[in-house]
Design a protein around this ligand. Sequence first.
Ligand code: HEC
Length: 141
Amino acid sequence: MQKIFLLLSLLPLILLANDSDEHKEGKKIFDRVCASCHAELMDKKTALKTFKTLKAPPMNEVAMQLKTNIVIKDEDADVHRAVVIAFIKDYIKYPGLMKTMCHPGAVDRFGVMPSQKSVLSEEEINKIATWMYDRYEGVEF
Ligand code: HEC
């Protein structure tokens, strides 16, 4: 019983430690580079209402779109995460009409995303892509 109590009292610390510096840096990169076009969090109703003023789909919509469209055969969560992150990393550098999983109506409205290759280092691309996956775990649109 005592052991359980100790574990429970340590849990917040463990969880806090998991919100790693890497994630904090990911969020900073989001604010600096991506937030000028992508809203960090927006519900569908607000997105539809403000559609005309948006520059890109909200990031929670993008994350959900990628996570549900990219399906792997053995349903291994770690493999799925790795594949989605790899897609995001590639898309940041080499976006394109042939690759986008964005809703066709949204692409018509926004156009294709400009490459962010020249503004980010490989390390920063890693961090923002990982942040993007983890930030929106369990977040709906
Ligand atoms: C100049 C505006 C702009 C900036 C800055 C921008 N994006 Fe985008 N992004 C878009 C638009 C527009 C789309 C939707 C069209 C498309 O899929 O290319 C998009 C789509 C995406 C997609 C979805 C691709 C898909 O297949 O659905 C990802 C992933 C993405 N952006 C990540 C990022 C990240 C990460 C950053 C910051 C490093 C970023 N974007 C910065 C405009 C932008």
